[in-house]
Structures are given as structure tokens and as C-alpha cells.
Design a binder for this molecule. Structure first.
Ligand code: DX5
Ligand code: ZN
Length: 208
């Protein structure tokens, strides 16, 4: 199992990113919020771009924004492996996914807890990863929604039917207990479980 660490709940970004860099974590999960798609708002790109100073890990960028078009070129310039957009947005999703691929970056499509998995179908040919939200997007430290286990199985079946090789990532409320619901996933995103601990590597290892 791969692990992507979210630093959304970090109170000391520089210290935590440096600590994560010393672990074997696979990706740094970068949560971007615009104050529209979700209520909260993250720091502007001119501050966020400095992340490269503190980590050599590949970035897994999660755009919780209404209009990804203006964000994609910015985050494409960093050490980025995935850029994920949400299937619920009222924008040309196919165009956004093609734009991400035009920078040779892998595409992710995120789905909120109450959105039906069928919504993903039209975009499967353009998607490298499905990000299943196991909490409502917007903030860290929430509890894992138990129905996510069935949703992961549903997405796994859907990918098989449509012969998609997309990876499955699960984001929100992941810890050493809830991760047992996510055996069918490929990547687990964990924030507060790792960041609020005093041994990042131990927590990361417990999720693998
Ligand atoms: C929620 C974010 C998640 C979150 C994960 O809106 O997309 O990435 O930071 O944090 P935890 O693991 O604390 O739920
Ligand atoms: Zn996220």
C-alpha cells in the first residue's frame, strides 16, 4: 500500500515537511481549497510553491476548487506526480484532465461521499487515479465514513468493467484502524494521524 501524507493539519509546516522527507512516505498530499468549492481557503500559490525547499518527495495535489483551469499550470510547475480535480465541479472536466496530461502529469478524479460512482464513467478514459473521499472535503481531523468500504469495492468493480487501470486512493480519517476498510485501495492519504504524532515513520508503516 502506498501512503500519501497530507499536511493540512500541520501547525509547523517547515518542521513537518522536513520530518516527512526523512520517512519512506510515497507522496506529499497537497490540499488546495478556494473558499468556494469548500468553505476553507488555503495559502496562495506564491507561498505554497516554497514547499520544494523542504521536500524532495513527489506531490499529490488535491484541488478542492471550483475552477481548476487557473490552478493546473501553477501546480504543474512543481515536483508533481498527480493533480486531482473533483467530479462535482461545474466545469469542463475532460478539458481539465487533458490539460493536466498536457504537462505529463497523472490525472486524478475525486468523488465526495454522497456522489454516485456512475458520475465517474464518462471520464474513465482520461483518469489515472480515482480519489475516494472518506470524509466531506474541507478540513482535516474528521472521522472516516464507514460506507467508504462499499464505495471502494464499487469503484474497483467499475474500473474492471470499463477496463481502466486507474489507481484508487482514499482520503480522510485514515488511521491504523480505519485503514482495514481500504484493502482494495492502492494509496491511502493520511493527515492528522501522521502529523499529530511524534513518530511519523511508525504511523506511515502501520498503514502499509
Ligand atoms: C480533507 C482533505 C484531506 C485531509 C486528510 O478535505 O482532502 O486530505 O487533509 O486529513 P485527515 O487524515 O486528518 O482526515
Ligand atoms: Zn485531500
Amino acid at each position: 500500500m502506498k501512503v500519501s501524507a497530507s499536511f493540512l493539519s500541520s501547525k509547523d509546516l517547515v518542521r513537518d515537511l522536513r520530518c516527512l522527507n526523512e520517512t519512506d512516505v510515497d507522496y506529499i498530499h497537497v490540499d488546495i481549497m478556494d473558499g468556494k468549492f469548500v468553505k476553507n481557503k488555503t495559502m496562495p500559490f506564491r507561498e505554497m510553491r516554497n514547499i520544494y525547499k523542504y521536500t524532495s518527495k513527489r506531490l499529490d495535489v488535491h484541488l478542492m476548487v471550483d475552477d481548476p483551469i487557473s490552478y493546473i499550470p501553477l501546480y504543474a510547475e512543481l515536483n508533481t506526480e498527480f493533480i486531482t480535480i473533483h467530479v462535482e465541479i461545474d466545469t469542463d472536466i475532460e478539458e481539465c484532465l487533458k490539460m493536466i496530461h498536457s504537462y505529463s502529469i497523472k490525472t486524478g478524479l475525486a468523488i465526495k461521499p454522497n456522489t454516485k460512482v456512475n458520475e465517474l464513467i464518462p471520464y474513465l478514459p482520461f483518469v489515472d487515479m480515482i480519489l475516494i473521499m472518506s470524509v466531506e472535503p474541507g478540513c482535516g481531523g474528521q472521522s472516516f465514513i464507514p460506507e467508504t468500504k462499499e464505495k471502494i469495492a464499487e469503484v474497483r468493480d467499475l474500473l474492471a468493467v470499463y477496463q481502466s487501470k486507474a489507481l484508487i486512493s482514499v482520503d480522510g480519517g485514515i488511521n491504523n484502524l480505519t485503514c482495514s476498510n481500504c484493502g482494495k485501495a492502492d494509496i491511502l492519504v493520511a493527515g492528522s494521524y501522521i502529523i499529530n504524532s511524534d513518530n511519523f515513520q511508525e504511523k506511515i508503516t502501520s498503514l502499509r
